[in-house]
Design a protein around this ligand. Sequence first.
Ligand code: NAD
Length: 411
Amino acid sequence: MRPFEAVQMYFHRAADELELADNVRTLLIRARREVQVQIPVEMDSGELHSFIGYRVQHNRARGPMKGGLRYHPEVDLDEVRSLASLMTWKTAVVDVPYGGAKGGVAVAVHKLSQRELERITRKFVDEIHDIIGPDTDIPAPDMGTDHRVMAWIMNQYNKYHGFNPGVVTGKPVEYYGIPGREEATGRGVGILTLKLLGRLGRKPAGTRVAIQGFGNVGTHTAKYLHEADCKIVAVSDAKCGYYRADGLDIPKALRHTLEHDRSICGYQDADQITNAELLALDVDVLIPAAIGGVITAENAPRVKAPIIVEGANAPVHPDADDILDKAGIIVLPDILANAGGVTVSYFEWAQNRQFYNWSLNRVRQELEKTLTNAFEVVWEMSKERDVSLRTAAFMLGIDRVARAATLGGIS
Ligand code: NAD
């Protein structure tokens, strides 16, 4: 099953509960615009190389479209389309005034020099600058992109359109960014994990957590939960994984990644485990925070954690979701769990438009408030309608988008 088909399955489950008419479903499911561009770039060797870039603008009923930019060798149109539609429901769930979009370039970032990365980014902006903008579509970081890439995007866009810091979010703090954006997604995953534990009558202290993916989202989630007295017993990245029953030394693990080109490989004082073993660990909370589709119908029966918090986008396949649901495993879905990033992106965009700087304290407080409100509405809806948290979150998002689309009219 392709990623977009998987998102559609979740969409239809919620749409059935909402008794949404077929014509409204069609309107909401299809992307508004899908763009594919060629990015010819001269590499450091002097050789010419052509990359493919995508931007899918899914829906703008609730505001300018918003979504990350992914640089990964497996990026393709179907994946970007699925992630763009998730953004539409995500921005609606946390009630920020945006629609949904997503972009990507099929490229292995670790094989590029910094100059090559910059040239690819600027060339990509050359191709899409007329369809993005602070009032139309605002990119942000995702897998393989970071604050440096966002700075190049703003700088290149400004060459065409003049000073417009709000064209992109996730920029460096020194270059029109906002404090707290880099940590926001992981911090949000941590905040919501504690909310969920609280609702389930569990205490954070001693809660055993396993985290797959030790990049932006995974590291900040680990830091937040470690500081909240949870025991992070396992972490992994694409190449290595480590387990320690008493809990890993998270400050040491974070230092290790800083000193080893963002990799956890070579971390000491823990047993090595594979990613497959990590997903099947006997822990209280499992947090997939790497790539999509890692929990499948094949490995779902081996999941022992009673709680899964989706740090990554679409880490659970719909067939696996059914298996987890029947086993009584509670899944906090991506469109709520990892919405901290887009929430603080909204604060950054608002700051850019007001020319007024927000403090880190204010960002953190507003982030917690926004996520808590969304969590409480989703939790209540799931109880009231007797549906999973995922279906409840999709219902909330779809209902808000459908109302805006209908109220705004389509003529
Ligand atoms: P990142 O590039 O900073 O880190 C990704 C991590 O996953 C790295 O540790 C990498 O080694 C690991 N990884 C890659 N392939 C893997 C594999 N096959 N198995 C195990 N680990 C693997 O990316 P990120 O920004 O942390 O994003 C991670 C996930 O969170 C993605 O699904 C992304 O869409 C989602 N997300 C990110 C943000 C954000 O603000 N960065 C916001 C919302 C959702």
